[in-house]
Design a protein around this ligand. Structure first.
Ligand code: AHM
Ligand code: MG
Length: 335
């Protein structure tokens, strides 16, 4: 057992990616290097978050608004730049598209070789930062389709089934990285003394059903009747429990491990809800399908949604198969 424990300590993220692809081909090496860079961005972000309060420039607002008119936090900007700088001069990624940037960021010197695009939400759940609660980063990897000569990045609007990998980093009591490149979902824990993400759980499967429903019930009177009916249903039946942290990555992580459902439905005023298709919903949908669960808008699988603009939002219902279907049945009954 001692020997096996040591093996485990040695299963680092980059090694794991190569094992998953069962090859040392150029493509496998690229994906492994790419994941390693994402991990580096995660380590830099985690380090800065861990010093919030004693280091200037971590807490609070930056005083600007993003494309979507939302107040930007200092950590949003820091983490956004971290992802850019770890990919500059990497030869790996030609474009980065983030929730915090109106247009994709091009790295021309990488473009002749690096055909990958990284899409990401640098800090998800940023309202949690100032209260020292968990936040996360979400990412997906896409292969560039076509030429993108006009720089419109229109290929990023293609459906989420085109993602070749996705994952997130959860900055909680420990820093956890979860990823999939189409061969199941795997989780790593950052060992701060080694500075490495070490394998924690392989091939995670989400239970078919779980007790948790995770939703902002403060929106109760803004929802359509169908969502209110669903919430009344879980209130009236035994075996359900509410959990909502205000940071999608944390709420999703719980559902992935323990089952249940996270939902951010549309409201009467904002039928598309809050979460962004490209940076939040599609990457997590990729993971949950790899884990045997489902992600839906209520009427369509998230991974089948074709976007119309980069920052488009979509309702999201994600988690255990049975629980997602239950929410859908309320929505479709009312339709
Ligand atoms: P952000 O990326 O700007 O932080 O917004 C996304 C976050 C999610 O993490 C979370 O699930 C949701 O917004 C919470 O929104 P609300 O406060 O409306 O419940
Ligand atoms: Mg977000």
């Amino acid at each position: 057992a001692g020997e096996r424990a040591l093996d485990r300590d040695c299963t680092t993220l980059s090694r794991h990616v190569l094992q998953q692809l069962q090859s040392f081909s150029a493509e496998a090496q690229d994906l492994s290097a790419l994941m390693n860079r994402i991990a580096l961005a995660g380590k830099l972000t985690a380090r800065r978050l861990s010093r919030a309060g004693i280091m200037a420039g971590v807490l609070g607002f930056a005083g600007t608004e993003n494309v979507q008119g939302e107040a930007v936090k200092k950590m949003d900007i820091y983490a956004n730049d971290v992802f850019i700088s770890v990919f500059e001069q990497s030869g790996l990624v030609c474009r980065l598209a983030s929730e915090e940037m109106e247009k994709p960021y091009y790295i021309p010197e990488n473009c002749p070789i690096g055909r990958y695009t990284l899409v990401y939400d640098p800090i998800d759940g940023s309202s949690n930062i100032d209260a020292n609660l968990n936040v996360g980063s979400i990412f997906a990897i896409r292969q560039q389709q076509g030429n993108d000569e006009d720089g419109s990045a229109r290929d990023l609007l293609e459906c989420g089934r085109n993602q070749i990998g996705a994952g997130y980093i959860l900055y909680g009591p420990s820093t956890v990285l979860v990823y999939s490149i189409g061969t199941g979902v795997h989780a790593f824990t950052l060992d701060p003394s080694l500075g490495e993400f070490i394998l924690w759980q392989e091939n995670i499967k989400v239970p078919e059903h779980g007790a948790v429903y995770s939703v902002n019930e403060g929106n109760f009177w803004q929802w359509e009747d169908s969502i209110r009916d669903y919430i009344r249903y879980v209130h009236r039946h035994d075996g359900y429990t509410g959990r909502y942290s205000g940071a999608l990555v944390g709420d999703f992580h719980r559902v992935l491990l323990q089952g249940g459902v996270f939902l951010y439905p549309g409201t009467v005023k904002k039928p598309e809800g809050k979460l962004r298709l490209l940076y939040e919903s599609a990457p997590l949908a990729y993971l949950i399908e790899q884990a045997g669960g489902r992600a839906s808008t209520g009427t369509q699988d998230i991974l089948d949604v074709v976007g119309s603009q980069l920052h488009q939002r979509t309702p999201l219902i994600i988690g255990s198969k049975e629980d997602v279907s239950l929410v859908e049945s309320f929505i479709q009954e009312n339709a």
